[in-house]
Design a protein around this ligand. Structure first.
Ligand SMILES: NC(=O)C1=CN([C@@H]2O[C@H](COP(=O)(O)OP(=O)(O)OC[C@H]3O[C@@H](n4cnc5c(N)ncnc54)[C@H](O)[C@@H]3O)[C@@H](O)[C@H]2O)[C@@H](O)CC1
Ligand SMILES: Nc1ncnc2c1ncn2[C@@H]1O[C@H](COP(=O)(O)OP(=O)(O)O)[C@@H](O)[C@H]1O
Ligand SMILES: [K+]
Length: 598
């Protein structure tokens, strides 16, 4: 049984992220018992740096390392790591970006022969001359940046979970000189773990300094890392876009935290989770029991979306699909999926809007009218008393609202309504509700805006991207108390799940239509009340991403669970794969099921 417990713990460690506050709570009992966490953190960091240098064929004695050290404990971790590296012959310079340095770490570093470069004229670091002129401060800053740019490795220990707001002051200037300012990481996401293989390699201590630790937002300067060595548990920024794209390969040092005693703030779905949401066919099944998905998708302008959504749904383990749409789409759907049934009838889940033009155009009014009529059944009245009408909305089958149906979404809907916008569509939906936001704001702070959309509409929000974020209510939430108390808006009542399984090859026309169809099918087959809409939605994104990975033969993915420090898991993912079209993803759905269920 112990083996199984270990396996569960490992799964949680690799797929659950905890807020900075919870991490501090988990640390406390260990620190009170005198467990030398900082020594453990820094030893692991030093080991990872040494290993990277070895991989690049650079001997430690010949290496130049620059430590960017802040004045908190993150800087302390960095200083002790640098001490070990200096002690083993590396030439290490610590650049102090704050007014102070961790006392013991600094003393140890100096004893090991490390050099220190102070940037702040007001610094109070013992034995270091301060009070230099503004001109000299500028010179020192330039020298530090130059030194770092020519190092083999930069160890980024400016801030960890103690960051508040965007990096400012000298730390901010250093980060924007060496990294980027406010823009999201733009890299090929090499499957072999993101390392550029070019010097300087960047190792982030705990988290890359400057990214939003709890929300993954990028609002200021930071330095994208090749490797992040993180301590105790994953932080949300290691999972959430866009910060997760700045972390590179992640190594987690297990401190034996009590992870079971705390609620993760964000979870990443795994293949096991996805497999669990698949309803296995039973001997006494009929097509109706296996689930029926109704689709009102495609239009005269975009008939292909009808085919993609229908075919994807039909192949995602259900009994039947029903299709409604214009003649051209009906013909094409029947051609591609002769099994489809045309017209109305009972369904266990709906998919609406994929390939339907938005309200800005005059086209396909009939398709939009049909969708609008269906959506009226999902509208909740805004008064606080849940009345009979509301109950009817709660009793409606799950519904996926995609693309051109998003602007038809009622003001407030029950949580089985899943909206599937990309960043631009989410910005439009929020703008229509009075928020001042554009697509790039959503890209920089996707969790924040997904939560806002959930809060405003009550819908489960699936925000598409390389890491898809899903926000909604947990399974056990009492809908009546929720209707009375307003919509869930704090971490206790919101479930945040991500899927980062897809390669970037998936960003291709029609991929969203395929996802909508797969999600509609996955929702239609649910007969377990304990599975929440956000979990089903995230699993659909996982299956979709996995099918794309198989179709493109790619190892690339938006989120890779961390390697646990000390475990022997150094297998490199190297296959970049090849381009695909959305239809290729559909073709791989059966093989994906076979793989995940085996
Ligand atoms: N508490 C513990 O038991 C452990 C903590 N560890 C390390 O300690 C870190 C947390 O340490 P701290 O709580 O000291 O906090 P940090 O070291 O993360 O950050 C605090 C420092 O950052 C500066 N700072 C904060 N926001 C800033 C901003 N926007 N711009 C510029 N500077 C800013 C503060 O002035 C302060 O100097 C963890 O991330 C981890 O690296 C590890 O040693 C493991 C054990
Ligand atoms: N860089 C990326 N990496 C992985 N997946 C991506 C990336 N960009 C987009 N995707 C995925 O591709 C799909 C695109 O959907 P969408 O934007 O709706 O396209 P369309 O409207 O053409 O169908 C989404 O599932 C999204 O998560
Ligand atoms: K850091």
């Amino acid at each position: 049984m112990a083996g199984q417990t270990d396996e569960n713990r490992l799964h949680v460690l690799r797929h659950a992220a905890f807020t900075a506050r919870d991490v501090r709570e988990m640390e406390r009992p260990l620190l009170e018992n005198g467990v030398p966490l900082m020594r453990m953190a820094s030893a692991a960091t030093a080991h990872v740096v040494a290993e990277m240098l070895e991989d690049e064929g650079v001997a430690l004695e010949e290496s130049n390392i620059v430590l960017l050290a802040g004045s908190g404990d993150n800087g302390g971790d960095g200083l002790f790591a640098a001490t070990m590296l200096a002690g083993n012959g590396a030439s290490v310079t610590a650049v102090a970006v704050g007014r102070t340095l961790h006392g013991e770490g600094f003393a140890a570093f100096v004893r090991a022969g490390g050099k220190v470069l102070i940037l702040d004229p007001a610094s109070e670091i013992p034995g270091c001359a301060a009070g230099f002129s503004a001109g000299e401060a500028g010179e020192r800053l330039r020298a530090a940046v130059e030194l770092a740019q020519h190092a083999h490795v930069i160890i980024d220990a400016m801030t960890g979970i103690g960051l508040s707001g965007a990096l400012h002051g000298i730390a901010g200037t250093v980060a924007s000189s060496l990294g980027v300012d406010g823009t999201i990481p733009d890299r090929t996401a090499l499957p072999a773990g993101d390392s550029t293989g070019e010097f300087p390699l960047v190792v982030a201590v705990d988290v890359p300094s400057g990214v939003g630790v709890d929300d993954g937002a990028i609002t200021g300067p930071y330095i994208p890392a090749d490797v992040t060595v993180t301590f105790g548990a994953l932080k949300p920024c290691l999972m959430l876009p866009p910060a997760a794209y700045a972390c590179g390969r992640v190594t987690l040092v297990d401190f034996s935290f009590d992870i079971d005693g705390h609620m993760p703030f964000v979870e990443a779905v795994s293949g096991d989770n996805a497999a669990e949401t698949v309803r296995l066919p039973r001997l006494a099944d009929t097509k109706y029991l296996r689930g029926v998905t109704g689709l009102i998708t495609g239009s005269e302008r975009y008939p292909g979306a009808a085919v993609l959504s229908c075919k994807a749904a039909a192949k995602t383990n259900i009994g039947m699909i029903r299709y409604m749409g214009p003649q051209v789409c009906r013909d094409m759907v029947l051609d591609a999926v002769p099994e489809a049934v045309l017209g109305k009838g009972r369904v266990q889940a709906w998919v609406v809007g994929s390939g339907v033009p938005t309200g800005e155009t005059e086209d396909d009014d009939f398709q939009r009218e049909t969708i609008a009529k269906l959506l009226t059944h999902y509208a909740l009245s805004s008064d606080d008393d849940p009345d009979d009408d509301d109950d009817l909305a709660y009793d409606m089958p799950p519904l996926v609202v995609d693309a051109g149906a998003l602007d038809l979404l009622p003001d407030e809907v029950p949580p089985q309504v899943v909206i599937t916008p990309h960043a631009g569509e989410l910005a439009s939906l929020l703008t229509a509700r009075g928020e001042d936001v554009d697509a790039s704001d959503v890209q920089n702070e996707p969790l924040h805006w997904a939560l806002r959309a959930h809060e405003l509409t009550g819908a489960t929000v699936l925000l598409k991207g390389a890491v898809t974020i899903v926000v909604g209510e947990p399974a056990d939430t009492d809908r009546e108390s929720d209707a009375q108390g307003g919509f869930a808006d704090d971490e206790q009542h919101v479930r945040v799940v991500v899927s980062g399984r897809a390669p970037a090859w998936l960003g291709t026309a029609g991929a969203g239509d395929v996802l909508a169809g797969m999600l509609g099918a996955l929702l239609a087959q649910q007969d377990d009340e304990d599975v929440s809409a956000p979990d089903v939605a995230a699993c659909a994104a996982y299956l979709h991403g996995y099918a794309a990975a198989q179709a493109s033969q790619s190892d690339q993915r938006g989120f890779t669970p961390p390697t646990i420090y000390g475990s022997d898991d150094r297998h490199l993912r190297t296959k970049l794969g090849h381009p695909i079209v959305a239809s290729d993803v559909i073709g791989m759905i059966p093989a994906t099921f076979a793989e995940l269920l085996s």
